[in-house]
Design a protein around this ligand. Structure first.
Ligand code: ATP
Length: 482
């Protein structure tokens, strides 16, 4: 796997992702999507929407607001419980997420659970399942040095304490009034729960059914970093799938399989880099009866791409109590009335973008036509995800007939797919430019196009060429799907 530094520099050079507020020296851990990045992100999002909304009669979409009534976050438990364990090194004043430095430490070592149980009384290797005192004891005992320093430097650790991760702002003109304080959503899911009644009353959806949305979420992360992996502003693609309690285990298993299929066969991540992991029972949130993570092997270790949680009826029941609005479903067939349970497949969009970039980026050693060794940078995005599907080149920029044909091809193909017109430089250079952004096909218009009405299509991965009749190009591109 290539280093994160290689990916970050390629991402900037090839218009995928720029440092946020770059002209002012950047804002730490903020990133802006450039022209190809925004297209890549949109394709990932569209693929998921197509799979889980467009192609499913039991799913609908929603777009709820980022700013919601403060009661939503009190009821969901976020005001009291949405916090991370924070620990400071008193020597440098640096702050760390206690569970994350424990996780990093465990990844470096070959520690047996038995050793940990004897010394620290823990039952598994999952840091989040420990109490703050257990985390503190482990850090003091096993992480004597500041993890940020390359040279050994002893740390002086504080106690582990809670850090509220929700950002807030003020609504209206009265800034110091407490009732003007408003939270910025740390997840999109609550927007779905508070609209459950509306969707049920105004649509023909019947349990089991799901609601999907895509949107920004904000978390005041203690240690953001690793490029797009952990940022304070990011995007999620969440689904709440409402079910009868008796159906829960079957639907939970079904969503696990659907998710595996998505990562392996739609997003097509390399199978040796993804891991599917069921949570240990003492790792589960108090309201959850099962959680399953999809993890990706990033250059600096494993990290969550998606979580699937069986959240019981926790959220709807709490909102029912707190709002006084009835969240019950009347089953038209059995006459039963109940508050539905829910399965939550929660995908991280920003984390998928970086996983897809890491997976696609490749440096291939080639011998060129002059017999010299050269490196071809090629992004092997699956067709459905590639930001540009086809590039169109007139072989000779000054040949008016070639240019006219190439522009006509651009006009007709761009109605169906994102395509790019490029007439700058030698043909070999143009191929390399497209390889670097992962364009699967390049179409060259030459004299044969004028004489015979054909073009040459060069394939990104094999670099093989095929001849296709211009009149058949639209059908040819419509047949390319994955
Ligand atoms: P982590 O343990 O890594 O902080 P989490 O378990 O808190 O993640 P969830 O609350 O389950 O994450 O959020 C659902 C998805 O949102 C995650 O699977 C992840 O892909 C994404 N996500 C969460 N926090 C961030 C972040 N700070 N930056 C980018 N993506 C994030």
């Amino acid at each position: 796997m290539h280093s994160l530094e290689t990916i970050v520099s390629w991402a900037k050079r090839k218009w995928f992702v720029y440092p946020g507020s770059d002209i002012y020296g950047g804002l730490a851990n903020a990133w802006d999507y450039g022209p190809y990045g925004v297209q890549l992100k949109k394709n990932i999002q569209d693929l998921r929407w197509k799979t889980f909304v467009q192609m499913r009669p039991d799913m609908v979409g929603l777009d709820a607001q980022i700013l919601m009534h403060p009661k939503v976050w009190e009821t969901s438990g976020h005001v009291d419980n949405f916090d991370d364990p924070l620990i400071d090194d008193k020597v440098t004043g640096e702050r760390f997420r206690a569970d994350k430095i424990i996780e990093d430490r465990l990844e470096q070592w070959d520690l047996s659970l038995g050793q940990l149980t004897d010394t620290y009384g823990v039952k598994n290797l999952i840091p989040e399942s420990r109490t703050f005192d257990q985390m503190h004891a482990f850090i003091v005992g096993e992480i004597p040095n500041n993890p940020n320093k390359k040279k050994k430097q002893a740390a002086e650790w504080t106690e582990v304490r809670k850090f509220q991760m929700m950002f807030y702002t003020h609504q209206g003109v009265v800034h110091d009034a407490d009732d003007a304080k408003i939270w910025m959503r740390p997840e999109t899911a609550q927007g779905i729960f508070v609209n459950f009644r509306n969707v049920l009353d105004t649509t023909r959806m019947r349990v089991p059914f799901g609601i999907a949305q895509v949107g920004k979420a904000f978390r005041n992360e203690i240690t953001p970093g690793n490029f797009l992996y952990r940022t304070r502003e990011f995007e999620q693609m969440e689904i709440e799938y409402f079910i009868a309690e008796s159906d829960a285990q079957a639907k939970y298993a079904e969503w696990r399989e659907l998710s595996k299929d998505r990562w392996e066969n739609k997003v097509k991540l390399k199978s040796d880099r993804i891991r599917f992991r069921e949570h240990e029972s003492d790792e589960l949130s108090h309201y959850s009866d099962g959680t399953f993570d999809v993890e990706y092997q990033y250059p600096r270790g494993r990290g969550e791409l998606q979580g699937i949680a069986y959240r019981t009826d926790f959220d709807l029941r709490n909102h029912q109590e707190s709002s006084g609005k009835n969240m019950q479903y009347n089953d038209p067939y059995t006459g039963e009335r109940y508050v539905p349970h829910v399965i939550e497949p929660s995908f991280g969009l920003s984390r998928t973008v970086i996983a897809v970039m890491l997976d696609a980026y490749d440096e291939e050693q080639l011998t060129n036509s002059k017999g010299q060794e050269e490196t071809r940078i090629v992004a092997r995005f699956p067709f459905a995800i590639a930001p540009v599907k086809v590039a169109i080149f007139p072989l000779i920029k000054k040949d008016e007939k070639q240019v006219e044909i190439a522009k006509n091809i651009y006009a007709s193909l761009s109605q169906h797919r994102v395509v790019e017109y490029d007439d700058g430089g030698a043909i070999g250079k143009r191929y390399r430019r497209q390889d670097e952004i992962g364009t699967p096909y390049c179409i060259t218009v030459d004299n044969d196009s004028i004489d015979n009405g054909t073009v040459t299509i060069r394939h990104r991965d094999s670099m093989e060429q095929e001849v296709v009749v211009i009149d058949e190009l639209v059908q040819w591109i419509l047949n390319k799907k994955t």
